[in-house]
Design a protein around this ligand. Structure first.
Ligand SMILES: Cc1cc2nc3c(=O)[nH]c(=O)nc-3n(C[C@H](O)[C@H](O)[C@H](O)COP(=O)(O)OP(=O)(O)OC[C@H]3O[C@@H](n4cnc5c(N)ncnc54)[C@H](O)[C@@H]3O)c2cc1C
Length: 615
């Protein structure tokens, strides 16, 4: 039995049960996208400050693994050394790290989704290793876990969970990237009906250089939609190209794979014929939400590198950490990271609640999990886009704080900067995910999950009555949540305006969709941050730093939302309506005055004094 499994098996089960019971008792959970029209209490959300002992122990085990196995080899893993990456992955498997998301009956130790996200966050600071590990444990393993039958799970998942087999996910083709269903890889049944004969080409496949098991998406005969197959690497006709030369994550193996008359046993079809596209999309929801956790870990690592350097480097006779310009950067790194973290663990607990509900309704563990993750598709896309863009900011400023040294390949911030860029491209590009945020929320509302359109229409009709709604003597949180409710009203007005103007052709107005998507993302993340800070107050924490973070976050969000709203309005409304809407948007994005410079200094000073990210 792996050491992590031994350590956590009994106690963690009890704790996660308690956690789940508590969260169910607290009552209110919103459906995906429903935050646009409804609010929840801070008591209904999970915050990272509530991790139990066992969850923290799992994170510590992941951290120790990075310290002992990954960081000492980090320079070597910054080149495609297939054998080295494979051997580190195998060690992670021996330790039990690959079984966090896998139920015990398939060789893992079935942790809650919150715990899975914490493990993903911690591993996220592992550069190329993180990409290889996440591709294996996520997209490489979970299609079989969630959609495979019992035989497939017993044969493959049990071995993937321990690292005996390593996995890859093969969807992208030269002509099919964002348009994943356009793939040409084809399968047809052999004459004896025992095999599918697979022909085609996949590209950009993570772990291609060593993966034993590949989940390959292909169309059977002339089908319009994909099916998915488990393909063993050693099957005759599987040809893996040499690794690509990449900008970053150089230690992760990425290559093209060719399938030349590969005979895949019929029992290796995952799910039914034509189910592959749905499987591919669901797995991508899971992949992108976990990417949100990965980039959070990477951000914290870059912040730690930044503050350590700023505390050691002297110029003009003083440490550069004392300069206001540097404090500004450090504070912004923290605010974006803290905000992203707040949203990540909020939705992770929502997913845990839904998994529990799905299981209670009789769904099998695998299905209960993937359906819960897929349900929160709007939030998954938000976390992916917001988190990857926050990381891009954090690593960029990390390089800047290091000055010339930041440009040196000797420094980990240089690697972090290069490695960060891919996160805006894979697991669905940020362009695709921005569109998904609005499109999915509107589709869910149309399906009747929540009442978006009536509320939006009514608000639009009574737009003239919208006034500054500040109440006298409102307290700190009353003000913050009033402002956030106003952000939501701005979103509803924009949705109503563009829906009336474009109807079903709105999907073609991508620039406006992007504006609305940015408004939604900023609002969800700000609300999550505010709820977390309010919960921290209820836990009697020292509040000055947390309030400073929230002050700046909401101040920044209000300006971004205002700009996005104005851009949208200028893109669709006739001049008279545009004037009216702009005035209303102005009111709805107003915030109270706060001293932003001082707030950022409070945040930076804590970081500088701790010499590490401890928020
Ligand atoms: C290092 C790396 C590892 C990867 N690992 C894997 C893996 O393990 N398995 C796998 O299957 N794939 C993998 N991929 C592929 C990755 O998922 C794709 O690169 C990604 O989905 C984008 O597809 P594309 O490269 O074909 O870009 P394209 O789809 O050609 O996009 C080009 C540009 O056009 C934009 N665009 C495309 N369509 C639209 C649209 N409808 N509206 C607006 N803008 C649009 C995109 O956002 C992008 O900016 C990996 C890629 C890389 C680089």
């Amino acid at each position: 039995m792996s050491s992590l499994l031994k350590l956590t098996k009994s106690k963690d089960k009890i704790h996660s049960k308690i956690l789940r019971i508590n969260s169910m008792e607290n009552g209110k959970t919103l459906k995906s996208g429903e935050f646009l029209v409804d609010d929840i209490s801070y008591q209904d959300i999970f915050i990272p400050e509530e991790f139990n002992e066992e969850q923290l122990m799992i994170a510590q085990t992941c951290k120790d693994f990075l310290e002992t196995e990954v960081y000492p080899n980090v320079d070597k893993t910054d080149a495609p050394d297939i054998q080295l990456m494979k051997s580190i992955l195998k060690k992670a498997g021996e330790l039990g790290l690959m079984g966090v998301a896998i139920p015990e009956e398939y060789g893992g130790f079935g942790q809650s989704f919150v715990t899975q996200m914490l493990a993903a966050e911690t591993i996220g600071s592992g550069y190329s290793f993180s990409v290889a590990f996440m591709a294996h444990t996520g997209i490489g393993t979970l299609p079989i876990m969630y959609y495979g039958n019992e035989d497939q799970r017993q044969k493959y998942v049990t071995r993937l969970a321990t690292g005996e087999y390593l996995g890859a996910y093969c969807l992208t083709e030269p002509g099919a990237g964002s348009d994943a269903n356009a793939g040409k890889t084809n399968a047809h049944l052999s004459e004896d009906g025992k095999h599918y004969i697979l022909n085609g080409q996949k590209m950009w496949i993570t772990n291609a250089g060593f993966a034993d098991i590949q989940t390959v998406f292909a169309k059977i005969d002339k089908d319009r939609v994909l099916s998915s197959f488990i393909v063993e690497r050693n099957s005759p006709g599987v040809v893996v190209n040499p690794d690509e030369h990449k900008m970053g994550i150089k230690g992760s193996s990425t290559a093209q794979i060719f399938y030349n008359d590969v005979r895949v046993p019929v029992e290796n079809l995952i799910g039914g014929r034509g189910e592959g596209f749905r499987i591919a999309l669901s797995i991508l929801h899971m992949g992108r939400i976990k990417l949100g956790a990965n980039v959070l870990g990477a951000s914290k690592k870059a912040i730690n590198d930044s503050v350590k350097y700023a505390n050691e480097r002297k110029q003009f006779g003083v440490f550069i950490a004392t300069f206001g310009s540097i404090k500004h950067k450090l504070a912004e790194q923290v605010i974006k990271t803290f905000a992203s973290e707040s949203a990540i663990y909020r939705v992770s607990k929502d997913i845990d609640d839904l998994i529990t509900k799905n299981k209670a309704a009789g769904q099998d563990k695998g299905r209960a999990t993937i359906e819960a993750i897929s349900h929160y598709a709007v939030e998954a896309a938000i976390l992916k886009v917001y988190g990857s863009e926050a990381l891009n900011y954090v690593v960029d400023e990390a390089v800047q704080i290091h000055g010339g040294m930041g440009y040196s390949a000797e420094m980990s911030v240089e690697r972090g900067y290069r490695d960060s860029r891919i996160n805006r491209i894979f697991e669905g590009t940020n362009e695709i995910n921005r569109l998904l945020v609005v499109d999915t929320a509107m589709k869910r509302a149309m399906k009747g999950d929540f009442d978006l359109f009536n509320k939006a229409a009514s608000l639009f009709e009574h737009m003239d009555e919208i006034k500054d709604d500040k109440i006298e003597n409102e307290n700190y949180f009353q003000e913050k949540f009033r402002v956030i409710r106003n952000f939501k009203k701005a979103i509803l007005l924009a949705i109503q305006g563009v829906s009336a103007q474009f109807g079903k052709t709105l999907i073609q107005e991508q620039e406006i969709m992007n504006n609305i998507s940015d408004m939604i993302m900023e609002t969800y993340v700000s609300e999550s941050t505010a709820l977390r800070v309010q919960k921290l107050e209820s836990m009697n924490k020292e509040m000055s730093v947390f309030k400073a973070i929230l002050d700046v976050n909401i101040y920044d969000a209000s300006h971004k939302i205002r700009k996005a709203a104005f851009d949208a309005v200028h893109s669709f409304a006739i001049p008279e309506l545009a004037c009216k809407l702009k005035k209303v948007m102005d009111i709805l994005t107003a915030t109270e005055c706060v001293n932003i410079k001082e707030a950022r200094r409070i945040i930076a000073d804590k970081l500088i004094s701790d010499n590490a990210y401890r928020f």
